[in-house]
Design a protein. Structure first.
Length: 293
């Protein structure tokens, strides 16, 4: 099975960091799992790509990141959850959302996400309380919204690009990059990068042109001496649900609610929002949960 990949680089003698990701396979897997429309594929695919890029910095096996976008548009809320092992899962309220192409002839991600809402980032990284960052949505195009998040919540000068190219067969290319200026970055560095980003064009186009992540890092930064600092990181779309986890959720229900399910249905079928897997609980199993309360 072919794998997606994430690579990390330093440019301009360490003054600029850039993480590049090819996520074509995991976005295609999400498309198939949720039967996503083309524009929903592009929207959720961008969020999933950002999730694995951010998770590539996690340190502990117990660390995880949850990303939530609710912009008031017809796609509804989107959620992605990713762990240290770069296993990501996601969900979207309206997977079949559709919209006309935008004025540039592209999938109208901003239109279906909306511009009236918030981007939430929840980092559970071993502190007493999870870190929570919230910023208003700027455009609904997702990359711009995350650039705002890094600037306002993490106080880091950043550039973000996210792209998903969809054809009649599904996801053709998907990926993104996060470029971060270190404290010692000069204004000259920033100016060179701004020009290089503009000249490089869309992330999905660079992937379609079969550029490697190393080539993309050089092209986006404008530095031919980019150094690779980490590679062979392989993200995947993978849900960690199980009957045991679903059972714990049922256990948390009030005793009266469980009895109501038993009386009305005589059984329970729970569907995981992230992978659509179905879990069946018989009347006997439900009664056992009630008796344990």
């Amino acid at each position: 099975m072919e794998k997606d990949n994430i690579e990390k680089f330093l440019a301009y003698n360490g003054r600029i960091a850039i993480t590049c990701a090819n996520t074509s396979y995991l976005v295609e897997e999400a498309r198939k799992v949720h039967d996503l429309s083309p524009v929903a594929t592009a929207a959720l695919g961008r969020l999933l790509t950002m999730g694995v890029i951010m998770a590539s910095d996690l340190k502990s096996e117990k660390d995880n990141i949850t990303l939530q976008i609710k912009g008031g548009g017809p796609i509804g809320k989107m959620v992605a959850v990713v762990n240290k092992n770069l296993q990501i899962k996601g969900t979207v309220d309206n997977p079949q959302v559709d919209a006309p192409l935008n004025e540039f002839g592209k999938l109208d991600v901003g239109g279906v996400v909306g511009q009236n809402g918030y981007l939430n980032v929840i980092k559970d990284i071993g502190l007493k309380e999870p870190y929570i960052g919230v910023v208003p949505i700027s455009s609904g195009e997702i990359a711009e919204d995350f650039a705002r998040y890094f600037t306002e919540s993490e106080q880091v000068r950043s550039a973000v690009a996210l792209g998903v190219l969809v054809d009649k067969n599904g996801v053709k290319d998907a990926g993104g990059y996060l470029l971060t200026a270190m404290p010692d970055a000069t204004e000259e560095d920033i100016t060179k990068i701004e020009k290089s980003i503009f000249a490089a064009g869309a992330m999905s186009k660079m992937l379609e042109d079969n550029l490697s992540l190393f080539d993309i890092a050089k092209k986006v930064t404008g530095d031919k001496q980019v150094k690779v600092i980490e590679k062979d990181m392989h993200p995947e779309y993978k849900c960690d649900c199980s009957k045991e986890k679903i059972e714990r959720a049922l256990k948390a229900l009030d005793k009266n609610e469980l009895n109501k399910i038993i009386e009305e249905d005589g059984k329970a079928e729970i569907i995981c929002h992230f992978c659509n897997k179905k879990y069946q609980f018989s009347k006997e199993e439900l009664l056992d949960l009630v008796n344990k309360k």
